[in-house]
Design a protein around this ligand. Sequence first.
Ligand SMILES: [Mg+2]
Length: 230
Amino acid sequence: MPFTAVIFDFFGTLTPSTPAHVWDDHAARSAAPLGIPVPVWRAALDSSFEERATGSLGDLRSTILTLARRCGVDPGETALTAACSARAEAQRELFTLRDDALGTLGAIRERGLAVGVLSDCTAELVRAWPELPLASLVDAAVLSCEIGRRKPDPELFLLAARRLGVTPGECLYVGDGGGRELTGATACGMTAFMLYADDWESADAQPREHDWAGPRLSRLSAVLDVLGAA
Ligand SMILES: [Mg+2]
């Protein structure tokens, strides 16, 4: 069946992969206004990823407040606002796209295919999404913290297809392999490709599908070659 839609993972796929030291730097920036030691704050962020990615801690302000209290700090309004701003700003830097991302999305749409994004993400991406340059090129975005599920939950993949108005079998899925997304997409009937770009090996912040034996792309724009051959 020819593809009628392409669904992309966001972090490490449409954006470059993020090395672990960047996460430390980002944690330090939101820890400072709260007066929480960076390792303690980093641990609170890391251990709450499941909760944050499924939306159970609420919006950014609610999330930061809950995590600060878990660290033994009850921040005042000024400190909380400053920490939220620092966190949002730091996260926003991670929303910078790969050089070939917008061109690739535009070319896919020019071919008449729909474009979806499926991301395991936290409240910061939801908040920033409408202002991101790719938003107008994406027909449907499924963001885990809005749905309350994480990859590889099949419902996320099926929801993305439904929102695009296509069947899973018509979807090409492209991701760097976080959250066992490639296996998850395949199990739902999609055709999955791993984006194995130059930065894949050097960025180890999140566990990925090292055992993926399926097809790979060496750069994002190579998805156009796959579509051309389909
Ligand atoms: Mg990813």
